[in-house]
Design a protein around this ligand. Structure first.
Ligand SMILES: *Cc1c(COP(=O)(O)O)cnc(C)c1O
Length: 386
């Protein structure tokens, strides 16, 4: 028999988390709603390894965790209530008062807000690192450096980090690394294979795929780190609804097929935008010649449908006119669903280590599953209004 771990990712995510104890013979797991879990004997009440109480998960959670372990080839997955909590909880579990924490400058804005407010209040020093720092991250290490937090590509600005070099330097210094891997979805980018210790993602995006759940996952192959993360969840009382876990798993089963379409359609729209006279630059790591293309080619096996572009200098009024003329693209935050979305980014852009200067308004598109021709016609409407 072949080892299921040797199968391709699409197969692994379909044929995992399917034990009979999780599904009762159905294709999908049961949705087990429980606070109390009854145990057969008094001797079992305090025995480790049993399902004991809903806050530690039920059959539905176990099925999703097993599928995510199979996807990222992780030994432990912790589910948490949102993608943001998947970013902040491992920091909370590892950082210490009086410690120093390194965070790449392109991180998701709410992750930065957590670092700037809560971590600092707890007397952790947070230092932001320019995105072009690779192996030279070692020059930032101090005796009290507790962790390095990476995101690649950044979800507004799309720089690709030299992840293997960063992970290598941190490992040599005994400093754990955490990567926000939401764009790569655990499928197109494999941080654990590149030496990163903890891979987190917002399942709210491509795993869910339908813009109707909030959920996060924290994956690792390191037993000691897994223990710290799980302890932090227990100590905080962190909980995930079994209904949301069920929906995330249902989405995950078809994610590989959807992502292939998001990749192709996103690249087609990016190529079209790159030829428009109104566009100054396209920030799509899989577009030849775009920033990060070489590292993307080396370290990724595909691209999400999320990318940015820079308009030639334009007033805020013109940016609003462009966005308001769109009929197919929705105006809204988040991404990874079947519907295309557009936003302008400048109001939420926050950089301190090396602020980029784009020379025009920064826009972001999440390309959904509509026909590319209809999306391009919509953008044409936007440019006419601009
Ligand atoms: C959306 C997002 C998150 C947070 O996910 P939520 O489930 O919305 O909290 C974290 N990181 C990145 C890169 C994201 O795009």
């Amino acid at each position: 028999m072949t080892d299921p771990a040797d199968r391709k990712p699409a197969t692994r995510i379909i044929h995992s988390g399917k034990g009979r104890g999780l599904t009762l013979g159905g294709v999908n797991p049961v949705v087990q709603r429980a606070s109390t879990v009854l145990l057969p004997k008094a001797e079992d009440l305090y025995k480790p390894g049993n399902w004991t109480y809903g806050i530690h998960g039920t059959a539905t959670h176990t099925a999703l965790e097993e599928a995510l372990c199979a996807l990222e080839k992780a030994s432990h997955v912790q589910l948490v209530a949102s993608g943001l909590l998947a970013c902040t909880l491992p920091i909370l579990a590892i950082a210490e008062s009086g410690g120093h924490v390194l965070v790449y400058d392109n991180v998701y804005g709410p992750t930065r807000r957590f670092c700037d407010r809560m971590l600092k209040r707890w007397n952790c020093e947070v230092e932001y690192v320019p995105t072009n720092v690779g192996g030279a991250i070692s020059e930032y290490f101090r005796p009290n450096t507790k962790l390095v937090f990476l995101e690649s590509p950044g979800s507004l600005t799309f720089e690709i980090l030299d992840t293997p070099a960063i992970a290598d330097a941190a490992r040599n210094a005994g400093i754990p690394t955490i990567m926000d891997n939401t764009w790569g979805a655990g499928l197109y980018h494999r941080p654990l294979d590149l030496g990163v210790d903890i891979s987190v993602q917002a399942l709210s995006k491509y795993a869910g795929g339908a813009s109707d759940i909030l959920l996060g996952s924290i994956a690792t192959r390191d037993n000691a780190l897994a223990g710290k993360i799980s302890a932090a969840c227990t100590e905080l009382g962190q909980n995930v609804s079994p209904d949301d876990a069920y929906l995330a798993l249902r989405g995950l089963r078809t994610m590989e097929t959807r992502l292939r379409q998001h990749h192709q359609a996103g690249l087609a729209v990016a190529e079209w935008l790159a030829k428009r006279p109104e566009v100054n630059a396209v920030l799509h790591p899989a577009l030849p010649g775009a920033p990060g293309y070489d590292l993307w080619t080396r370290d990724f096996s595909g691209a999400a449908g999320l990318f940015g572009f820079v308009l030639n200098p334009a007033s805020e009024e013109q940016v609003f006119a462009f966005l308001n003329a769109l009929e197919v693209f929705g105006l809204g935050f988040s991404w990874g669903g079947f519907e295309s979305l557009a936003i302008h980014c400048d109001p939420q852009l926050s950089r301190t280590a090396a602020p980029p200067n784009y020379g025009g308004p920064l826009m972001r598109l999440s390309i959904g599953l509509e026909e590319v021709d209809d999306l391009i016609a919509d953008l044409q409407r936007g440019f006419a209004a601009l």
